[in-house]
Design a protein around this ligand. Structure first.
Ligand code: AMP
Ligand code: MG
Length: 273
């Protein structure tokens, strides 16, 4: 489900967390590989043209698959042009500043990809659910977020926001599996169980965040995330579709650069001969 309009009603309990019937992992493998190749090529044009940056915001509950999405989708990108930033509990210094202070410096430069594992949205999610700031303060943040993302967009950043939507049951299975798996048990965090108890409050906070900040220039996609392969496919599909719209423009910029560079080389040769 894609939200591009501020004020659109968001009902997470009405959106499936599972892949559509009939779609299987095997049936999409080829598609996913093709998307990966296209993503790599698009990133190369983005990097060369230096007219746009890309900001991918990943939000979701604990174990929703933010790290897995980064591994699988960003795995197709050339690391030269990608920065991943994880936003945890603010440090003492970060807490002394406005909530966007720590975020803005990680926004992508032209040519770059920035991927946020959690983001400025925590300041209307965790902060709201746990009452870490007065209501008046966090309520005003939706407007600040809209303005911030509009600024980024107008200055050339393609902003794409994803909510990885898992069911309560799937989360429980993942947390228990993590605890059993000797290679993953280091990730066990009692806080995840604490957060889980506030499931409905987070649902409300997410619905509001999505509804209040969805825009054509900064769309939200609610990604069915109970199946990891489907989650990866939806995110890859969405990023590629957004970048594809810019391909012609980037290729024109690259052509102009190539013409100029060739002319310079030709002039150099003419002088030599
Ligand atoms: P994890 O992503 O599992 O490593 O956990 C990071 C934790 O930091 C989560 O529990 C977030 O809710 C929390 N967090 C991130 N940003 C903020 C913020 N601005 N204020 C309070 N808690 C935050
Ligand atoms: Mg966690």
């Amino acid at each position: 489900m894609i939200y591009t309009q501020r004020g659109d009603k968001v009902r997470l309990d009405k959106i499936s967390t599972e892949p559509p019937k009939g779609v299987t992992k095997q049936s999409v493998q080829k598609r996913f590989d093709a998307l990966g190749a296209e993503l790599f090529a698009l990133q190369d044009s983005l990097w060369g043209a230096k007219t746009n940056g890309v900001l991918v915001v990943l939000q979701g509950r604990d174990s929703a698959g933010k790290d897995g999405t980064i591994k699988h989708v960003a795995g197709y990108l050339n690391p030269r042009g990608v920065h991943v930033t994880s936003f945890g509990v603010p440090s003492a210094e970060e807490s002394r500043h406005d909530f966007l202070w720590r975020v803005h410096r990680h926004a992508p430069g032209r040519g770059e990809f920035a991927i946020f594992n959690r983001s400025h949205y925590e300041d209307v999610l965790a902060v709201r659910v746990h009452g870490l700031a007065p209501k008046k303060l966090w309520k005003a943040r939706y407007g600040h977020i809209r303005d911030f993302e509009q600024l980024l967009s107008e200055e050339g950043t393609i902003v794409l926001k994803y909510f990885l939507h898992i069911s309560r049951k799937e989360q429980k299975e993942r947390l228990l599996e993590r605890e059993r798996d000797p290679l993953a048990a280091w990730k066990v965090n009692v806080n995840d169980w604490n957060e889980r108890e506030r499931w409905d409050e987070y649902t409300q906070a997410y619905e509001d965040a999505i509804s209040k900040t969805a825009a054509a220039h900064a769309p939200w996609t609610v990604v069915p995330a109970d199946a990891k392969w489907y989650r990866n496919l939806v995110v890859a599909e969405s990023i590629v579709a957004a970048l594809r719209e810019h391909r012609k423009e980037w290729d024109r910029a690259l052509d102009a650069m190539a013409r100029k560079a060739r002319a310079a080389v030709a002039a150099y040769r003419a002088k030599k001969s």
